[in-house]
Design a protein around this ligand. Structure first.
Ligand SMILES: [Zn+2]
Length: 261
């Protein structure tokens, strides 16, 4: 409505002012909606192959395959930016994985792994969140195994370490334990429902990769690569898609519950 038209009508001053303000506001470009940043961390990589299967599969390969599928799903369906700690087969230190999350102001961090056990029959998926006190002895040992990939740091030249300017806080994860636990619960529920596997539940342990992450963060062991049947599944694209879809549903549920960081 033109301003002159308003002058011609008595009692319409207020309405006119409202319309004028609305027109001015409409002309101001609106700020883009805040984009959530989700960091996907495919476990291991490069010289650090992770756990090995009987038939020669490496954890680093299956974690990358599932992570890339999850990235595609998120980008197709959610208004989120996905940042990968690695998108190819190369070394990334545990500290740098956390730094990728913090430097990108991540709202969620999910580290994807495949379990290994001397017990050949061990099977199923587990989701973990960070706590210095492990749920049980088996979990403490698993955290130790995952953390020892940090020894690789000594083989990575200093220049590579400096590529990412680290913003790390000791035990940054402490502030997010409750939210990380909820995220772990939802992801585990979705995996259980999708794969119809034994519920190994959510657990906690001192995972170094989660320790410095300043947002809700979980580590998922999607299956046991040391179990022949699960090793076969881990290399199966259908299974990989199925797992990625379950992880995706867990993330969607969580973000509905906690829309803010
Ligand atoms: Zn691992």
């Amino acid at each position: 409505m033109a301003v002159w038209a308003c002058r011609s009508r008595r009692k319409s001053g207020t309405a006119c002012a409202v319309l004028l303000i609305a027109a001015i506001l409409a002309a101001v470009p609106s700020a883009p909606a805040a984009l959530r940043n989700i960091v996907i961390d495919p476990g291991h990589g490069g010289l650090d192959v992770g756990a090995k299967g009987k038939f020669g599969s490496h954890e680093k390969d299956v974690t990358l395959a599932v992570s890339l599928k999850l990235k595609t799903l998120i980008e197709k369906t959610m208004s989120c930016r996905v940042i990968m700690t690695r998108d190819k087969d190369f070394d990334v230190s545990l500290e740098n994985r956390a730094a990728v999350a913090n430097n990108n102001n991540a709202q969620l961090f999910i580290s994807i792994h495949a379990n290994g056990s001397v017990r050949n029959k061990a099977h199923g998926a587990e989701t973990f969140f960070m706590n210095v006190n492990a749920s049980d002895e088996e979990t403490r040992k698993l955290a130790y195994l995952e953390n020892t990939s940090g020894e690789l740091d000594k083989r990575i030249p200093d220049e590579a370490q400096d590529e990412v300017k680290m913003i790390l806080w000791d035990m940054a994860q402490t502030a997010y334990v409750r939210q990380s636990q909820r995220l772990a619960e939802m992801i585990q529920e979705e995996i259980n429902a999708a794969l119809k596997i034994e519920n190994r539940g959510i657990k906690q342990a001192g995972f170094k990769v989660l320790q410095g992450v300043a947002c809700p963060a979980v580590l998922v062991e999607i299956a046991f690569i040391s179990n022949a049947e699960e090793e076969r599944k881990l290399n199966d694209e259908y299974f990989q898609n199925h797992v990625a879809e379950a992880l995706h549903r867990g993330l969607v549920r969580y973000l509905k519950l906690f829309p803010q960081k």
